[in-house]
Design a protein around this ligand. Structure first.
Ligand code: PEP
Length: 250
């Protein structure tokens, strides 16, 4: 089963009109490789989604929000809704990022509620899971990932618009990427779990991205990992080396 290579760029709370325009203009010039069916999605802060859309001319690149509240509209000060995200031209949303799980204290159930709402609102979801260093050292990596997936599995039958990002918290922003062997082992375990829970067909077609200190140099080292279908990239997505990650499988 061929799964399309997927590269997401998570700008987090970084950037200005000027710097985001610069990145978008650089990406406009990229010949996104079709040979591996590459999908590229960039995620500037919500404030700049419309700005990015205005400058994005590369039709091979789409936009994602970094969060979406599970209501269409209303008295939810500071939040953004899925219809608003769509209205400014984005097609995706990142949910369950470890910074939202650990800093904002979003629960597994709330992330599942957001996932269902985003899917019902016709957004694709990049659903992040991953363990802390403490959890890894105590041997609970798979248990943590499956616990994070469980409420989504319970609430969603159709996984065709979900891309999973396995992002070990200890690898995010640290410069210490997981080894290809370690990442592959966890990806395979996640896929095996999904096979059991949502069926082989869906588990075989869902993309599982690796995220955590991927850069222009190490991206290619994951190319031979059969269960790694792309990357969610933080820091390096703000730099020209993001282009090397996009083209790393061509
Ligand atoms: C991320 O924020 O999703 C991420 C993977 O960050 P970095 O690439 O900087 O580790």
């Amino acid at each position: 089963m061929a799964r399309k290579f997927f590269v997401g760029g998570n700008f987090k709370m970084n950037g200005s009109k000027e710097s985001i325009k610069e990145i978008v203009e650089l990406l406009n010039k990229v010949d996104v490789p079709e040979s591996v069916g590459t999908e590229v999605v960039i995620s500037p802060p919500a404030l700049y989604l419309h700005w990015a859309k205005l400058h994005l001319t590369n039709t091979a690149i789409e936009l994602a929000a970094q969060n979406a509240y599970p209501k269409v509209s209303g008295a939810y000060t500071g939040e953004v809704s899925a219809p608003q995200i769509k209205d400014v031209g984005a097609e995706w949303v990142i949910l369950g990022h470890s910074e939202r799980r650990h800093i904002i204290k979003e629960s597994d159930d709330f992330i599942a509620e957001k996932t269902v709402h985003a899917l019902e609102s016709d957004l694709g979801v990049i659903l992040c899971v991953g363990e802390t260093l403490e959890e890894r050292e105590s041997g609970t990596t798979i248990a943590v990932c499956t616990r994070q997936l469980d409420p989504v599995i319970a609430a969603t039958k159709d996984w065709s618009h979900i891309v999973i990002a396995y992002e070990p918290v200890w690898a995010i922003g640290t410069g210490l990427a997981a080894t290809p062997a370690d990442a592959q082992e966890t990806h395979a375990a996640i896929r095996a779990y999904l096979t059991d829970k949502i069926g082989k067909d869906q588990a075989d077609s869902v993309r599982i991205l690796y995220g955590g200190s991927v850069n222009g140099k190490n991206a290619k080292t994951f190319n031979d990992c059969p269960d790694i279908d792309g990357y969610l990239v933080g820091g390096a997505s703000l730099k020209p080396e993001f282009v090397d990650i996009i083209t790393s499988r061509s």
